[in-house]
Design a protein. Structure first.
Ligand SMILES: [Fe+2]
Ligand SMILES: [Fe+2]
Length: 137
């Protein structure tokens, strides 16, 4: 089963971002419990919609922050978000079309992506922000 726990090693030191990451992990484990507990389709669909909305909002928060701080690798990072949303959307559509197994696939797909992306992608802008703050202090 996928590891859907937020871990201290994912901490970036930006409270709003860390809270959003925790929230996505939480919603993913909720989704997994719903699927494993064989809850009805409407409930699974609801939690899946929450996962999608929270992820979309989180990317928007990060991209706004990166624009504000003049992060040089913004475009590449945005591209990673865009590709992920595209993949997630594809799974959501297949779920809506009747393939219930797609909900579980969302947990492994997004869970795995997040574990990698937070430390490989998000950490870069977090370090950039901290370095900038240290300079202006
Ligand atoms: Fe993130
Ligand atoms: Fe990101």
């Amino acid at each position: 089963m996928a590891d859907l726990q937020w871990r201290p090693r994912y901490e970036l030191g930006i409270p709003l971002i860390d809270e959003q990451h925790k929230r996505i992990f939480f919603l993913l484990s909720e989704l997994m419990e719903c699927v494993a507990g064989k809850r009805d389709r409407a409930q699974v669909s609801q939690v899946l919609a929450n996962v999608m909305r929270q992820t979309r909002e989180h990317f928007h928060t990060e991209e706004t922050l990166m624009v504000q701080m003049g992060f040089p690798a913004l475009e590449g990072h945005q591209e990673q978000h865009k590709k992920l949303m595209h993949g997630l959307h594809g799974l959501e559509v297949r779920f809506q079309e009747g393939d219930a197994s797609m909900a579980m696939l969302v947990t492994t797909f997004l869970g795995g992506w997040l574990r990698h992306h937070i430390n490989e992608g998000d950490r870069a802008y977090a370090e950039f922000l901290k370095a900038r703050e240290a300079k202006s202090a």
